[in-house]
Design a protein around this ligand. Structure first.
Ligand code: GLN
Length: 311
C-alpha cells in the first residue's frame, strides 16, 4: 500500500526545484499577476483522510474547472435534454475555438470547452436569473467542499473577463445565431464569467470533487446519480484538457479537468479526489507542473484507471 502522504510531500519537493514551469496566462489581466513559483497539491482519499503539500491552502482562480460543477448542476436541472444542445466528443481544438461551430450548426463538441460551457450556463438560465444561478453555484461548491462560507467568487477576475472576453462574446453570439443560446447573451456570459472566477484552494477543490470518486454521493448525500457521475468522469477523461486530452489520458490515465488559472481536478474513482495547482501553462492552456505532478502521482500509486485491478 503506497504511503500517499509521503508521495505527496515528495512530489511537492520535486516540483519546487523544477526550472521549466510553463507560462502564466495573461489574457485575463489579474491572472498574469500570479507568481509562477506557486505549487499546491491536495489528495482526499476515499476514507476521508487528506494529504496536502506546498501551497495547497492558497486560493486560485479555478476557471474552467467550474465547467464540471456547472455541468453537474445543469444535468440535475434539465436532465439528458442537455445532450440535444451539447455534444460529447473531444474537440481536438483549443478551449476557445470557434471553427467547429460553423460546420456543426452551433452545437459545441462537449461541455468542457468554452462554447459548451456557455450553452450549459444558458440551460441554467432557462429557470433562474443570473444572480440566482451564481448564488446556486456558490452554495453548491461550498456544500460539496464542506466549506460553509470561505469559498468566494473573485469579482476582479469576473470583471476582467467581462472587459476582455471578446472571443467568448463571439462564441455566444455565434451560437445565438444558430438558435443554441436562448437567453440574453450578456446575461449568459456574465453567469459564465462568474463561474470561472470562483476562487478555491487545492484542498477545497479536492474536497469538492469527492462526489465524482464516490459514484455521485458524498457523506451519505446523493449529489447526482451514479450513471451521471460515471459519465462526467468519462467526459473529463476524453475532453477535460482540450486538444491535450489524449496526452493527459496517455500520461496520467485519470478523469481530469484543467483551468487556465493553473488548477487541475483529477479523480481516481473509488480511491481519491486530487487537486493540483501551478500557474504556468503548456501550449494547450493546461498546468505544466500540474500534469507532471499527476503523472508522478499515478506512477507511484498505480491509480491510473487503466491499471489492472486485482479482485
Ligand atoms: N474563463 C476562461 C475563458 O473563458 C476559461 C478558460 C479556461 O480555463 N481554459 O477563456
Amino acid at each position: 500500500m503506497a504511503d500517499v502522504g509521503r508521495i505527496v510531500a515528495d512530489i511537492a519537493g520535486e516540483m519546487r526545484g523544477e526550472e521549466h514551469r510553463g507560462k502564466v496566462a495573461s489574457y485575463i489581466p489579474p491572472l498574469a499577476c500570479v507568481p509562477a513559483d506557486k505549487f499546491g497539491l491536495a489528495v482526499v482519499m476515499a476514507d476521508g483522510s487528506v494529504h496536502t503539500a506546498g501551497d495547497a491552502d492558497q486560493t486560485f482562480s479555478i476557471q474552467s474547472i467550474s465547467k464540471v460543477f456547472a455541468l453537474t448542476l445543469a444535468l440535475g436541472a434539465v436532465g439528458d435534454q442537455l445532450w440535444k444542445r451539447v455534444g460529447r466528443e473531444p474537440s481536438g481544438s483549443a478551449f476557445n475555438s470557434i471553427v467547429q461551430l460553423e460546420t456543426e450548426h452551433g452545437i459545441p463538441r462537449n461541455p468542457f470547452i468554452n462554447a459548451g460551457a456557455i450553452v450549459v450556463c444558458d440551460l441554467l438560465l432557462g429557470r433562474l436569473q443570473p444572480r440566482e444561478a451564481i448564488g446556486q453555484m456558490l452554495r453548491f461548491v461550498r456544500e460539496l467542499a464542506g466549506d460553509d462560507d470561505t469559498i468566494r467568487i473573485d469579482e476582479t477576475v469576473a470583471q476582467a473577463e467581462q472587459d476582455t472576453g471578446f472571443r467568448n462574446m463571439a462564441l455566444a453570439n455565434y451560437m445565438r445565431a444558430f438558435g443554441n443560446i436562448h437567453s440574453d447573451v450578456g446575461m449568459v456570459l456574465g453567469t459564465y464569467f462568474h463561474f470561472c472566477a470562483l476562487a478555491m484552494s487545492c484542498r477545497q477543490l479536492a474536497m469538492a470533487g469527492r462526489y465524482l470518486m464516490h459514484g455521485g454521493r458524498v457523506e451519505g448525500h446523493r449529489v447526482i446519480t451514479e450513471s451521471r457521475a460515471r459519465r462526467i468522469n468519462a467526459l473529463m477523461m476524453s475532453c477535460g484538457h482540450y486538444d491535450n486530452s489524449g496526452d493527459f489520458a496517455f500520461r496520467i490515465g485519470l478523469p481530469g479537468k484543467s483551468g487556465v488559472g493553473g488548477g487541475i481536478l483529477a479523480v481516481a474513482p473509488g480511491i481519491a479526489s486530487i487537486a493540483v495547482w501551478s500557474p504556468g501553462l503548456n501550449e494547450a492552456g493546461n498546468s505544466h507542473l500540474g500534469q507532471l505532478a499527476l503523472e508522478r502521482l499515478v506512477q507511484r500509486t498505480g491509480w491510473s484507471v487503466f491499471e489492472p485491478r486485482v479482485g
